[in-house]
Design a protein around this ligand. Structure first.
Ligand SMILES: [Zn+2]
Length: 271
């Protein structure tokens, strides 16, 4: 998941589309949660210019990728607060994302709350990297250690299991490794082959699937990135477009306790 910069509704949608959404929202707000009329009311938008505008604005929001798993085949408008439970949010611009079929089906109506706080992470409202990021070796999710954030990360991955799918983890691992190789090539080749920079420009493009792993790579390798910027300034706009990772508090190192007994998971040493 990447953090998404959502434009204000006035910038994202025409006055006509906003007026229609507002009208439909007034109708939806009269419906009770679970009403059989909710799906029918949503279908009113089908084949309208308002829906086409919404899809286009939501595609732009997540750079033509699924807002959750970053795949390049998003198809569905997603109601972050599910429309069947929250008809009062059904046509609100801030409640909508564009996602792939798999994530939409996986989420379904699953939307756990803790008090009034949604446990699922909304990538246009919160930076997902405050909650989880990727293991550079395996590409699998690593969860923040702070208990509340860890719980929300775990729930998000439970609701969207595609995030921990082995194929996606392998894609992330490979993308990270390929881009790291290209970044070092930019520095080593003299004269620099032009296709290295062109390949990097493609890999760093905002439409690149699983780009969150590159965001992490760029944050983790500041010296390498500074050298690449100096050598290939044409890549700077693409590197600047990757938002820095949030700083995570690191626990001070504590002295290891004296080891007397093996932990329960540890095999006993051979006698
Ligand atoms: Zn998805």
């Amino acid at each position: 998941m990447m953090p998404l910069s959502r434009l204000h509704e006035e910038q994202a949608l025409s006055a006509e589309a906003r007026a229609e959404l507002s009208l439909r929202q007034t109708e939806a707000s009269r419906l009770s949660p679970g009403s059989v009329q909710i799906d029918a009311l949503w279908k009113v938008l089908k084949d309208t210019s308002t829906r086409a505008e919404l899809v286009s604005a939501l595609r732009a929001l997540s750079h033509d990728k699924c807002a959750y798993c970053e795949c390049v085949d998003p198809r569905d408008i997603e109601h972050f607060y599910p429309k069947n439970r929250y008809p009062e949010r059904m046509f609100l611009w801030v409640n909508l994302l564009f996602v792939c079929k798999t994530c939409n089906l996986d989420k379904g109506r699953r939307f756990p709350l803790e008090g009034t706080q949604a446990l699922l992470i909304e990538p246009s409202a919160e930076d997902p990297a405050r909650f989880f990021w990727w293991d550079p070796v395996t590409g699998r999710p690593l969860l923040d250690s702070e208990p509340t954030r860890r719980r929300r990360a775990a729930e998000t991955i439970k609701i969207l299991p595609r995030l921990k799918h082995q194929d996606l983890a392998e894609e992330r691992r490979k993308l990270r490794s390929d881009v790291l190789f290209l970044l070092t090539e930019v520095l080593q080749e003299v004269p620099r082959p032009p296709d290295v920079v062109a390949r990097l420009a493609t890999e760093l493009s905002p439409t690149q699937p699983r780009r969150s792993v590159l965001r992490q790579l760029v944050s983790e390798e500041p010296a390498l990135i500074a050298a690449v910027r100096a050598r290939a300034p044409e890549l700077a706009p693409l590197l600047d477009a990757l938002p820095p990772m949030p700083l995570r508090p690191t626990a001070p190192p504590s002295p290891a306790p004296p080891r007397c007994e093996p932990s329960p998971d540890e095999p006993l040493p051979p006698r």
